[in-house]
Ligand binder design. Structure first.
Ligand code: 5GP
Length: 190
């Protein structure tokens, strides 16, 4: 998606630790008009698919998921992050290893909000090693619901997440695919 690529070139900052900072428009300050264009693009990409729910993960997926949901006319559920193990019986839960924070945490969704009839579109801001998406897929499958696919704003395609998830048979659509990035040369797209 040209608009997003241009914005990453203009306002993205590459950090030496393999992190692309996009907090000027995506995950701290949020450009909601850009989000609306991204939402429409997700809708176009998944046109013809029956989708009953969008699932994302707190915190940085929530903004784009909510705006995208206005195009799909479905509710958004976000998986909550827990610092301690949640063993309550009324939630689906799984473990996720954080790329940006380098630690492991549990995510959970109340059983009330994912049902076997649900056809779920996963939405997140980034795809790097795929841990966050794999966690979300595992919650959906635990509920007996169907993963329709994943809509990702920025896939760092030089990391293994995209390949991993696609090999699991899950359709992944990324609006911008970063092929390489460095502090000196900035970002190149595939
Ligand atoms: P994964 O689980 O695929 O390794 O990483 C995805 C999660 O890590 C996303 O939810 C996102 O919040 C965060 N993340 C991964 N890479 C980056 C990055 O380069 N920049 C930012 N801002 N977040 C990232």
């Amino acid at each position: 998606m040209k608009l997003l690529e241009e914005r990453i070139r203009r306002d993205g900052v590459v950090r030496g630790n393999g992190v692309l900072k996009v907090d000027r428009f995506l995950n701290h300050q949020m450009d909601v008009e850009l989000f609306m264009e991204m939402g429409k693009e997700f809708k176009r990409l998944f046109e013809g698919e029956e989708i009953t729910k969008i699932l994302t993960i707190e915190a940085s997926g929530i903004g784009i998921a909510c705006v995208a949901a206005q195009c799909f006319h479905v509710p958004v559920v976000f998986a909550k992050k827990n610092k301690t193990k949640n063993i309550a019986g009324d939630v689906y839960t799984t473990e996720v290893e954080s790329f940006t924070h380098g630690k492991t945490y549990d995510i959970m969704v109340s059983k009330e909000f994912l049902n076997p009839e649900d056809r779920v579109l996963l939405i997140d801001d980034f795809l790097a090693n795929g841990a966050a998406l794999m966690g979300l897929i595992s919650l959906v499958r635990e509920a007996g619901a169907t993963v329709v696919g994943a809509g990702i704003c920025i896939e760092k395609a030089f990391q293994p997440g995209g390949d991993r998830i696609r090999k699991m048979g899950v359709r992944v659509e990324a609006l911008a695919r970063v092929g390489s990035m460095s502090e000196e040369d900035g970002v190149t797209f595939l």
